[in-house]
Design a protein around this ligand. Sequence first.
Ligand SMILES: [Mg+2]
Length: 240
Amino acid sequence: MKRFTRAVAGLFTAVALAACQTAPATGTTTDLSPAVDWVANSPEWAAEAEAMYALAGDYIETISASRAEHSWAVILDVDETVLNNVQYQIQREAIGETYSSESWHAWTAEKSAPLVPGAKAFIEKVNALGGHVALVTNRLDTEQLWTEENLADVGLERSEDFRVLLTRASPVKESDKSARFALVPAMLAVQGYPDVEVVAYVGDNRHDQPSPIGSAKFFCINQGGMYGTPCATKPQPVSN
Ligand SMILES: [Mg+2]
């Protein structure tokens, strides 16, 4: 969190210096929207994320006890679930802008997003307990390599930590993840792991789970409503 605080302070110092000829500078994090400010600066955000991942970890510990090694998988979203992009939001708000696909593309090229607290320990736990990790994201296929490099930079490597990373294609930009969720067991099957059951989903958006979800559980990270359709207000498994 110190890193964010320093980054925010530096950013607003720059903005304040640029604006000082025309208006008094405020230069505080109160300039941020409440959701972005909460994720960037509140210890509660990290604590809630870690609590949710702890719950998910407890769940897969129980699930794995009655399942053979490599017979089960967990599917995670990437943005605001594994990688924390609040710095992108801060940059946009500092210039009075919101999300755009062009600025987002540039942000992913920077490959500088840090981890959501709790994500790495959870992913390591899934692997240690004999599960597969699959990542299904609405980042574009043109951003996949940068995404994989960003993940590697924060210690999440293909094969060792995750076995599947499914982006979406441009220009179709299909945001519904249902078809990709359904494809994960088939991808694992052709990689030598037949009959894999997806036992849990982790995301920050109501659509980071299939509908219906069947017997699997969905764990949702609270991102304060920065974007999308958030689905958590406190750490607990979420159902449709
Ligand atoms: Mg997300």
